[in-house]
Ligand binder design. Structure first.
Ligand SMILES: [Zn+2]
Length: 67
């Protein structure tokens, strides 16, 4: 059993991995919204074309998707 932590989770808009906002090392701000990424690669993808990814608002539970 993994104990539930009280943290705010964000979803990486590039690969849909769930990212802990407090631990996130990679994030970008676009149009006053913050986006969190699991890795430098995803951040790069987002920064290259933020319009493409910022439209996606993944509020659903996709588990274990990785890049
Ligand atoms: Zn990612």
């Amino acid at each position: 059993m993994i104990p539930q932590r009280r943290t705010i989770m964000a979803t990486d808009p590039v690969c849909y991995m769930v990212v802990d906002e407090e631990d996130a090392q990679y994030k970008s701000t676009y149009r006053d919204a913050e986006y969190y990424f699991c890795c430098a690669y995803c951040k790069k993808q987002f920064d290259a074309d933020p319009k493409r990814y910022s439209r996606i608002v993944p509020d659903m539970n996709i588990d274990s998707v990785s890049c």
